[in-house]
Design a protein around this ligand. Structure first.
Ligand SMILES: [Zn+2]
Length: 56
């Protein structure tokens, strides 16, 4: 299960704040950042694109 960072806040905020999450590249072990509003991200080392499914 995904870690829930944001618990319920009082007052509704229509704009969800996107934050980058760090993953390890399955290809080269480099850093991949996937923003919480994105489903995929690019490795900073090999520049390949991976989906969340591929890096979790
Ligand atoms: Zn890589």
């Amino acid at each position: 299960m995904d870690k829930v960072i944001d618990s319920k806040c009082p007052g509704s905020d229509p704009t969800q704040k996107a934050v980058p999450q760090s993953f390890t590249c399955p290809e080269c072990g480099g850093d991949i950042e996937i923003w919480t509003d994105e489903s995929k991200g690019k490795c900073s080392s090999c520049h390949k694109t991976f989906t969340r499914e591929q890096v979790k």
